[in-house]
Design a binder for this molecule. Sequence first.
Ligand SMILES: *Cc1c(COP(=O)(O)O)cnc(C)c1O
Length: 392
Amino acid sequence: MILSFFNSMDLKDIEEKVLASTYKRQPISLIKGKGAIVWDSEGKEYIDCFSGIAVLNVGHSNPKVVKAVKDQASKMMHSSNIYYIIPQINLARLLHSVTGGYKSFFCNSGAEANEAAIKLVRKYTGKSKIITAKNSFHGRTIATLSATGQERYRKDFQPLGDEFTHVKFGDIQDLEQAITNETAAVLLEPIQGEGGVIVPPPNYFQKVREICNKNNILLVLDEVQTGLGRTGELFAWQLYNIKPDIFTLAKSLGGGFPIGAMLAKKSVMDAFKPGDHASTFGGNHLACVAAKATLEVILEKNLHKKARILGEDLLKNLLKLMNNHKVIKEVRGQGLMVGIELKKDGSYVVDAARERGVLLNCTSENVVRILPPLIVTKSQLRKVINIIDQIL
Ligand SMILES: *Cc1c(COP(=O)(O)O)cnc(C)c1O
């Protein structure tokens, strides 16, 4: 094992000297993964219920994705968007078909996909004001941080753009009152992820869609976390029976390979002309074969349907835990995007679960977030529930 001569204390000391201290690390290093199981540098095994932040929907080192990347890497990794890129066209055709006609622009991350969406909104509408939600998360670049409705991420990076108004997520009246003649678009997560797995009230998004239509405003959905099967549908907008004008994908799109996408209805995307937007790496050969293989695995294995069924079972079992554990305030979620809100800081649950061989995450201080690969088994999830039960 490459890292066997480092223990986790060494890693901490070494990286303090050479890396920016932007990340608060947990004291392990993962070096191998297969499906929903990962191993650390000391050989300890875990059930992964975090999927590298909702990235590994198809599981770690999915064989089909690995093969696509290996084959492509030996032929051509990158040519630039100066030339036609066949894997990019193939990926866009597949997305066009599964979305019912959306056109794609490819980039490398969620923040970049949202940046592209913000630029397209401006180009298409000729306006710049966008309504987003309090408690939202849209990325770490200056524009996407301006869109993000959480003070803890914003406070040290002022001034941020004032083109964004933040309204209460799930509150139709608040949204309606924020609309002016200057409003170009509404940008929302279908379910807030980073903000603590917040599921909006029933019919909220149908009403948002109606309001956008009535006021001639674009509806942009940030599906960076919810996209590609996570919530039990391929895209979360299908849960609500609406169609956004623009939506973004990233995290799970490449099966572990970095790629982002901004998709828009043809009439909207066609506002972009050559030179309006670009990315050197965006949609390169390697990223696009990884994403196409990932999407094919999701479709062939019906992973979105699997997520719905497993998610219902998971939610039901977690709700049962509420009877015995007064520390649980609420259990909520959709598909395999589930949060357990505690009455106190949840990091002790993450630490104790890791020691017992389960990787979880805590967001918004007191929400334990469960985001397993969609290929996780029912028995693996049962194990996870038992361990959470013991810890609580
Ligand atoms: C993670 C996330 C982003 C940012 O994606 P990056 O790839 O980290 O830039 C944006 N929006 C949502 C909803 C996310 O969950």
